[in-house]
Design a protein around this ligand. Structure first.
Ligand SMILES: CC(=O)N[C@H]1[C@@H](OP(=O)(O)OP(=O)(O)OC[C@H]2O[C@@H](n3ccc(=O)[nH]c3=O)[C@H](O)[C@@H]2O)O[C@H](CO)[C@@H](O)[C@@H]1O
Ligand SMILES: C=C(OP(=O)(O)O)C(=O)O
Length: 427
């Protein structure tokens, strides 16, 4: 198992470029394979989730290849509907194979998806939607099994705002006959990005990003070249890291509109955030104040930034509260932060952070992508050496995070399995 070693205490200075969005790219890859001509996604982040979904699309017969930072996908030869179980269950983005396969082949046998362990993650809204479109769906032996003799448009009310269900149903409905209306769809930027690509491929989707999406089915989808949106969660992670560690950082390739709630909270906590031509500049020169945060669907405070923000509160002046309203078990990083001296009480969906003077470095375990990156930030601000284990979780979503942080002056190294520490807690 690889690990990160981090010597805390350096303020962050300089600039760094955010990669394309992990969550958009995964949805766009499934959208691309729905067509019968080559689609180029450029640039894509070379993260393990993208490699895993590439392998899954190939297993279905699609052609998927990298050319530097571009990913070229052609779904013309896609003719299989049973992606390998063990690979499918590794990531969340594999859930889009169900929409892709039902839309293209009218048949899908797909393992229930995996992804971060952040609470129960049912897919009942996906299933209800596929059924409304005329598919017969059963769940057996850990698999979603779906069949249809041709999907047909339907009115679908999505009971719980879900990014995954909205995108999956858009994928399935593009090639269905007739009109599909999605009521109460998710409005996240990744939903809009997916609709933009699908429309460029010939789909007819209107209203993505609003409370009602209309999809007029078309007979086929063709090729296009598309640049996925920047990763708002990666951008937010670096902004929080700079705010927590102190310093002056310019984060480029960001759409500030995607981060309104975070920017407001960083300013409320005392950081300076300025919009520049191609990004955001953050300055934090003194200890930040504690603030309260409620996670919510977009444009609310993103649940994926909750754990990183928790680290900021763990060392802020005063007491801050986080209410996690999206997932039911997303405070698993708290135990690890306590090892580093944080004072946090968790009750149900609420965590109360009493800011301490300074965290102290310790060996800690990443339990998921964002918990992992939160511990990296904790290592940057803590006194002494922090070792973050199980960093394969972080690699699911961040491109060479250690290199980007080193560019800002952080002392962080990726260590091979079993390597002796090179940094130390003894001065
Ligand atoms: C690969 C990907 O894009 N992952 C993102 C996606 O996950 P994902 O698409 O899995 O998240 P959803 O938006 O679907 O989940 C939101 C909430 O709805 C619930 N729910 C969802 C579907 C369903 O059928 N039934 C149901 O009850 C979930 O348990 C959760 O409590 O959006 C989440 C919320 O912004 C992000 O944290 C993830 O990073
Ligand atoms: C929850 C996340 O990812 P996934 O849905 O892929 O598990 C995340 O990116 O924070």
């Amino acid at each position: 198992m690889q690990r990160f070693e981090i010597q805390g205490g350096n303020a962050l200075q300089g600039s760094l470029e955010v990669s394309s969005s992990k969550n958009s790219t995964l949805a766009l890859m499934a959208a691309a394979a729905l067509g019968t001509e080559e689609v180029i996604l450029n640039p894509v982040p070379q993260i393990s989730d993208v490699l895993t979904l590439s392998e899954l699309l190939r297993s279905l017969g699609a052609s998927v290849r990298f050319e530097e930072n571009a990913l070229l996908i052609n779904g013309a030869a896609l003719d299989r509907y049973q992606p390998p179980y063990e690979i499918t269950r590794k990531i969340r983005g594999s859930v889009y194979l169900a929409g892709l396969l039902l839309g293209r082949l009218g048949q899908a046998e797909v393992a229930l998806p995996g992804g971060d362990e952040i609470g129960s993650r049912p897919i009942d809204q996906h299933i209800r939607g596929f059924q409304a479109l005329g598919a017969e769906i059963t769940v057996e032996h850990g698999m979603l099994i779906g069949k249809s003799r041709g999907l047909r448009g339907a009115n679908i009310f999505i009971n719980r705002s879900s990014v995954g269900a909205t995108i999956n149903l858009m994928l399935a409905a593009c090639l269905a006959s007739g009109v599909t209306i999605l009521e109460n769809p998710a409005r996240e930027p990744e939903v809009i990005d997916t609709a933009v690509l699908l429309n460029r491929m010939g789909a007819k989707i209107r209203g993505a990003g609003t409370t009602r999406i209309r999809i007029d089915g078309v007979a086929k989808l063709s090729g296009y070249e598309h640049a996925p949106i920047p990763d708002r969660i990666e951008a937010g992670t670096f902004l929080i890291a700079a705010a927590a560690a102190g310093g002056d950082v310019w984060v480029t390739n960001v759409i500030p509109d995607h981060l309104r709630m975070l920017i407001a909270k960083l300013r409320e906590a005392g950081a300076g955030v300025i919009e520049t031509e191609n990004g955001l500049r953050i300055t934090a020169r003194r200890k930040l104040r504690a603030v309260d945060v409620d996670t919510d669907v977009y444009p609310g405070f993103a649940t994926d930034l909750q754990a990183p923000f928790g680290v900021l509160l763990a060392q802020a002046a005063g007491t801050g509260i986080i209410r996690e309203n999206v997932f039911d078990n997303r405070f698993r990083y708290v135990d690890e932060l306590r090892r580093m001296g944080a004072e946090i009480k968790v009750e149900h969906e609420t965590a109360v952070f009493r800011g301490v003077e300074r965290l102290s470095g310790a060996p800690v375990d990443a339990t998921d992508i964002r918990a992992g990156v939160a511990l990296v930030i904790a290592g940057l601000v803590a006194e002494g050496l922090t070792q973050v284990f199980r960093i394969e979780h972080i690699d699911r979503g961040y491109v060479s995070i250690e290199k980007k942080l080193r560019q800002l002056g952080a002392e962080i190294q990726r260590m091979p399995p079993g390597a002796a520490p090179v940094l130390s807690n003894n001065p």
